[in-house]
Write a protein that binds this ligand. Structure first.
Ligand SMILES: Nc1ncnc2c1ncn2[C@@H]1O[C@H](COP(=O)(O)OP(=O)(O)OP(=O)(O)O)[C@@H](O)[C@H]1O
Length: 248
């Protein structure tokens, strides 16, 4: 585990249960600032749940999720606002509001975090971000008119609109064609290079190898491996274990 950078995020002895079923158990890990961490592992192992716990989207049943040392579930309103302004999440299913147009969906985070932004500036910002992510169609339509891949582009565009320093990505390239997936990987790479803190879930060995500084293998709700990219690159057995774990 890399300890030289500050743990902007930490899970401390975290467990999470739903409907009496343990989903994540006794997870402790740090997500260092300015680093990219990949959560990998077999389907149903608990990766998305760990990601949501780290992002403060769900509250641990036991233990603490911390942002800069403050418990996310109980930190004061101002600190929570700062955290929310700095953090964005791309959900596995895109999570676009069915009854809103894409324009309304994209306007909302800007209205919340930059309430003084003028209408024209907001429209320019949206056009600029969509050009970056490569969504070129009409935005006065509802999400149901989009393919899954197009929904992913909108979800990613929404996530970067307010220029977050902390990005949580849950299989953000799934359902995209190769060109679009490459564009979104490159966009994350650029953010990583400028020093953002990124935590992502992916089943793609290639993406994990390309982006991750640290790899956490989550299986049966526990962290089974916590290795740096250097350790991963230097140890063929480790690489095989991770590749096998992803493929399950
Ligand atoms: N709120 C919940 N209520 C009931 N079961 C849940 C809940 N959240 C997660 N689970 C279950 O816990 C297990 C782990 O889910 P999670 O989505 O975290 O896994 P994952 O590793 O991200 O899987 P995948 O790679 O398939 O997306 C799954 O069996 C899932 O159905």
């Amino acid at each position: 585990m890399n300890t030289e950078a500050a743990p902007i995020l930490e899970l401390r002895d975290v467990s999470f249960a739903a409907q009496g079923k343990p989903i994540v158990q006794d997870v402790s890990c740090v997500f260092p600032e300015n680093r990219t961490t990949a959560l990998v592992g077999p389907s149903g192992g608990g990766k998305s749940t760990v990601l949501k716990l780290a992002a403060g989207l769900i509250v641990p049943t036991r233990g603490k999720a911390l942002y800069r040392g403050y418990e996310i579930a109980t930190m004061n309103r101002l600190r929570n606002l700062e955290f929310r302004k700095n953090a964005s999440f791309v959900f596995q299913d895109s999570a676009l509001w069915a009854n809103q147009t894409l324009r309304q969906i994209l306007e909302l985070p800007l209205k919340i975090h930059n309430p003084r932004m003028k209408d024209g500036e907001r429209a320019r910002k949206i056009t600029e971000v969509l050009a970056t992510t490569g969504y070129r169609k009409d935005i006065d339509v509802r999400p149901s008119q989009l393919s899954m891949g197009e929904q992913k582009l909108i979800a990613f565009s929404r996530a970067i609109l307010c220029d977050p320093k902390l990005l949580f990505l849950d299989e953000w390239t799934e359902s995209l064609d190769d060109a679009a997936a490459r564009r979104l990987v490159n966009l994350v790479k650029a953010r990583k290079e400028r020093g953002d803190t990124i935590v992502f879930v992916s089943h793609s060995y290639r993406i994990i190898k390309e982006l991750a500084d640290t790899i956490l293998m989550v299986e049966d709700g526990r962290i089974k491996l916590n290795v740096t990219a250097q350790e991963f690159a230097a140890d063929e057995n480790l690489a095989r274990t991770i590749e096998k774990g992803i493929a399950q």
